[in-house]
Design a protein around this ligand. Sequence first.
Ligand code: IZC
Ligand code: ZN
Length: 435
Amino acid sequence: MKKRADLLIRNVGQMVTCAGNSQQPKLAEYMQDIGLIEDGAVAVAGDKIIAADTTNNILNQVEVTSDTVVVDASGKTVLPGLVDPHTHLVFGGSREHELELKLKGVPYLDILAGGGGILNTVRATRKASKEELVESGVKYAWQMLMQGTTTAEAKSGYGLTIEDELKQLEAIKEIGDNQPLELVPTFLGAHAIPEDYKEQPDKYVELVVTEMLPEVKARGLAEFCDIFCEDKVFTLEQSRRVLEAAKNLGFKLKIHADEIVALGGSQLAAELGATSADHLLVIPDEAISMMAEQQVVAIVLPGTTFNLREDHYAPARRMIGAGVPVALATDFNPGSCPTNNLQLIMTIASLYLGMTPAEVINSVTINAAHAIDRASIVGSIEVGKQADMVIFDAPNYRYLPYRFGTNLVEKVIKKGKIVVGGKNNAKTGAVRTEF
Ligand code: IZC
Ligand code: ZN
């Protein structure tokens, strides 16, 4: 018996499935493989993909009725819904005033050391009510959906007291419940040393380990624990303490590592079996080998490098060559990277990391899904996976990093529903029709 399709996207100029082995991220030369199907089609029942093949073949596999929503995607490119595996989505205020400081040459870490930067956002986030954080977070989530992102990781880290960290994590949960972008929550209580602990940073680490982590765990508010391991922020020893405690409580691990000064954070990630190590601009060669060995995903954030006007980017080519799984993310946050547009990150990655369009696409889909431990559910167009797809107004996949700064999204499908660019009716479930 043929399965009945609720949604059929057919005649797709180029359907990029990113299909492969869902147990393992795409590595090395295999990153060139995007599972391209010309004149492709994908059929959906409920929230799952039931067939993905050429248009000719798919019509033998599924039943199309008068209730099936049929989308003709001739001349378009379809990708799996984009996955953004590193964002600081929930925050109060904004920091556009830092732009002029930056132009005068004041370094990011000096702005932080002077009580600005992250600490500025901490003050604004503490002042905001949970409802205000949910309202701005829902707005940012819709911006991401309209630009093709269907799943994102979201970190706390602008509260830095137990109440304010819980407020941020609860806001992440509510944002996820109130619009279609699916969120994966991360506790980042060790994002900065709060001003009142400036002289006794170890006491703050103690608070994170003994009070915050157990409370976050007990409430089930975060899946990952992360820390900003950096000069003038948290030392390697403090990072080890927090991440080991988190691991013992059952959190999966992430780490902001080797961004400005190489403190050994990426080696620590490999040692502790972290899911990802992120940033990695100054990662040493030996850490690259260790991450390849342990298959720790390198989440590279070239939008941040661009926005901080750094002159060298993470060695993505060397990491790919060494067999490290590489993913890309926005790092969306109000300071070092105020964009939530993964399409722009794809261009920066291509131009400044030297990644090919195919490598870039795998890095924002299947490898990004691995970076948040969701690869069995999202990140590729394959039978049994959640029906998350983006239709781009692009004649081929290479057009995506090429047409930078332009939103090429035509339609976004999340869990089988057209959530961006559809007709606003009950049949499609579309909720945003213009952008
Ligand atoms: O608000 O500046 N790097 N955390 C670590 C950030 C950047 C976010 C921020
Ligand atoms: Zn970050």
